[in-house]
Write a protein that binds this ligand. Structure first.
Ligand code: CU1
Length: 149
């Protein structure tokens, strides 16, 4: 039995609203000079998920020059970073759970790569967000704007 092609066309149209999930990739690098290679990350409001991949292109170990990628509202950045200092490398220098932390990777050392995938459902279009590294002393240099919208 042969199916009517119009049936399939109608089925696809009907399913479209449920198939609108969109994962947007972001690639960022960090180095031994305590720097990210991006000052700003832009993500479209049509992205339902973001997958951030952090590559440490340096050579120093995580104990000396560890980096992660943490997302928070810009006014929360300093407090989140300060709260993480005492938590140590094993906790990725984050005091969790903390609702102010919107997403984060683990801390990595030179030559390593890590990633995090998160939903944008908690983000407000046009909101003031920043990404930063929570390794002690790094966030003041290692931060940038995260633009959603
Ligand atoms: Cu760092």
């Amino acid at each position: 039995m042969k199916m009517n092609p119009w049936f399939f066309a109608l089925a696809l149209v009907a399913a479209a609203p449920f198939a609108s999930a969109k994962t947007c990739p972001v690639a960022i690098e960090a180095n031994d000079q305590m720097q990210y290679n991006l000052k700003e990350i832009k993500v479209g409001a049509d992205c339902t998920e973001v997958e951030v991949t952090l590559k440490h292109v340096g050579k120093l170990p995580a104990t000396a020059m560890g980096h992660n990628w943490v997302l928070a509202a810009t006014p929360d950045m300093a407090a989140v970073a300060n709260a993480g200092v005492a938590m140590g490398l094993a906790n990725n220098y984050l005091h969790l759970p903390d609702a102010r932390v919107l997403a984060h990777t683990k801390i990595i050392g030179g030559g390593e790569t890590t990633s995090v995938k998160f939903s944008t459902s908690a983000l407000k279009k046009g909101g003031d967000y920043s990404f930063f590294c929570s390794f002690p002393g790094h966030w003041a240099l290692m931060h940038g704007k995260f633009l959603f919208g």
